[in-house]
Design a binder for this molecule. Structure first.
Ligand code: MFK
Length: 556
């Protein structure tokens, strides 16, 4: 009989996830944790069992666009995959958006919601995309205080009843600019009480949504981001036909193959202003900050899936006379990945905690500033960590990780979108600078790092605390030097600066959690993660000559 390799398996993805459970034990009061645990347990069971099998069986299905019916009518109908239909139902019933708005557990409701999303995401092929936009749209409408639109849309966006649940699109990107949204060419013309939109949207994700928030320039407005306005659009008319929206084609993408991403023409699409006839970028910012947090949660969720499979496989795969799980080099590799994952997990959920506090009116002014600064930083850092870790995770399977019907390559392809959409790494590094300017520098972050480290006593962690403190001092010194040198120096170093801030916070959170875990769980794994993470290095700041860098990059 020929050799057959046993495939990796997943158990209950909540009970098996010691990192998540340890975090929740620290972050949540015991009564809140006891109340939400049955739902997390059920989602973990579903995600590691039936839904995971469904996902593997659904692997080759993709959304299909039918533009014309048999008799020549333009219909632009998109059929989703069976997995996505299932995901939509589960998402509504389990309140993956609703939980945050019902706010049953006050400031902790965001932790509850995103822990559910974290478990759900890796088994549903980026269904987190429409959920992120739905959550972001609800938040943007509420932030704008537009009562008519809040009454019309928010009950649907936050419904737990599948037939009443709506998802929302976020149509920003045009061919002129994915990052430089101020170049948007779509025009808005007033028509009676409402508006009509004319233009082309070049990347619109999850296009089967019932509504969308989008940007357009009211006729006569000046160029740039301030001349744009934020509009609310319902995608279908009363008869269920596309609302003067043409779906020109679906994108043929590297990953996120289940997400129907379309190029659209808006041909007089009826629309309503969300928050005045200008400053659209500012009005959509609350949505972006929510979707960027979903991005970070998706990054750690996909990473965790890759590592869960790699760990199980390591116990099964025998090479050179022993399971991989007994090979020092294989274990060392997995340990390095696990440490990076744990840093990413703690940073992401720290942002989630701050978001929950802000929304329930429990955040101090400093916590609000911290949230503004750490949202882009968490997004950009965890996305890059996910790509790097998942590349290594699939390598840990050898050739099997490169073969499609294992379901493994999809993890890496899907992760590769995370540093791109919702703002690339560089654009978000600049956003972090924008945030820093708005909050008046690094004082608040420094204070938070000091607070996180103040209880750290274990001898193995003291050096780590010193490293985190040194790193934030170095970052502050770099900022001072760069500001004195001028805008070119600041912009050139912005990415390394943002990464350094992010890694410093990850390290401080790991040290903080490790101390807690030693005291409350007698568990040394967080300590091991903190030490390992520190050994990977924290600062990415370099003393480089920007003129030299320019020469190097351009090959002058
Ligand atoms: C898996 C989970 C996630 C899945 C969801 C993905 C599906 C969706 C796919 C997409 O839609 S991808 C497209 C996403 N596109 C982007 O994220 C755009 C990236 N570009 C930027 O973020 C640029 O920085 C930006 C467009 C904001 C620059 O535009 P401007 O017009 O040059 O902005 P400007 O003048 O700096 O800022 C305008 C105002 O907004 C300022 O306020 P003030 O008027 O009071 O000065 C800014 O402070 C404010 N602002 C900008 N970004 C903000 C913000 N405020 C708060 N938070 C922010 N993030």
């Amino acid at each position: 009989m020929a050799f057959v390799q046993t495939q990796p398996e997943l158990g209950n993805q909540y009970t098996a996830d010691r990192a998540l459970r340890s975090y929740l034990a620290r972050a949540l009061p015991a009564d809140v944790r006891a109340e939400i645990e049955p739902a997390l347990d059920a989602m973990g069971e579903l995600a590691g069992g039936e839904l995971y099998r469904f996902q593997l069986a659904d692997r080759e299905n993709e959304p299909v666009l039918t533009q014309w019916d048999a008799w020549g009518s333009r219909i632009d109908r998109i059929e989703l995959t069976p997995l996505w239909h299932r995901a939509e139902r589960i998402a509504a019933e389990q309140g993956l958006v609703a939980t945050a708005y019902e706010r049953k557990h006050g400031a902790y409701s965001r932790i509850h919601q995103f822990a559910l999303a974290y478990l759900f995401t890796p088994s549903t092929d980026i269904y987190s995309c429409p959920l992120a936009m739905t959550d972001g749209a609800a938040r943007a409408l509420i932030a704008a205080g537009n009562h008519a639109l809040i009454e019309r849309a928010v009950p649907h966006l936050t419904s737990r009843v599948p037939r009443e649940f709506w998802t929302s699109g976020q149509w920003m990107t045009e061919a002129t600019g994915g990052s430089d949204v101020g170049l948007t060419e779509t025009v808005a013309r007033q028509a009676g009480e409402g508006w009509r939109l004319y233009g082309h949207k070049w990347f619109t994700s999850a296009i089967t949504s019932q509504m969308a928030l989008t940007l357009a320039r009211p006729e006569g407005n000046p160029p740039g981001g301030r001349g744009l306005a934020l509009f609310y659009v319902e995608t279908r008319d009363a008869e269920g036909r596309p609302n003067r929206i043409l779906v020109n084609r679906l994108k043929d993408k590297l990953g996120t193959r289940k997400v129907p991403t379309a190029e659209l023409t808006l041909d007089g699409t009826p629309a309503q202003l969300v928050a005045g006839a200008s400053d659209g970028v500012k009005s959509i910012a609350p949505m972006l900050n929510i979707t960027r947090t979903w991005n970070a949660v998706s990054a750690v969720a996909l990473t965790r899936r890759g590592l869960a499979l790699a760990r199980d496989y390591a116990c099964k795969r025998i090479a050179f006379g022993a399971p991989l799980a007994e090979k020092p080099l294989h274990l060392d590799t997995l340990a390095g990945l696990e440490a990076e994952f744990m840093g990413a997990l703690h940073l992401t959920f720290f942002v989630v905690e701050l978001m929950g506090r802000e929304e329930s009116g429990k955040a101090s002014a400093e916590q609000e500033q911290l949230l503004r600064l750490l949202t882009p930083i968490a997004k950009l850092l965890t996305a890059r960590q996910a790509v790097q870790i998942l590349s290594e995770a699939i390598e840990s399977f050898g050739g099997a990780g490169y073969v499609e019907d294992t379901g493994l390559p999809m993890l890496l392809r899907d992760a590769q979108v995370l540093p791109i959409w919702e703002g690339t790494t560089n654009v978000l590094s600049l956003d972090a600078l924008r945030a820093l300017e708005a909050i008046g520098g690094l004082t608040v972050l420094k204070r938070e790092i000091g607070f996180l480290l103040q209880g750290v006593r274990e001898s193995g962690l003291v050096k780590i605390s010193a490293l985190a403190e040194k790193s934030i001092e170095q970052a502050e010194a770099w900022l001072k030097r760069a500001m004195a040198a001028g805008p070119v120096e600041i912009e050139a170093g912005a990415r390394r600066f943002a990464m350094t801030l992010g890694r410093t916070v990850e390290l401080a959170l790991l040290a903080h959690h490790a101390q807690w875990s030693l005291e409350h769980e007698q568990d040394r794994r967080a300590l091991a993660a903190a030490r390992r993470f520190a050994a990977h290095g924290v600062t990415q700041l370099l003393d480089v000559d920007t003129a030299d860098s320019r020469r190097l990059a351009r090959d002058d």
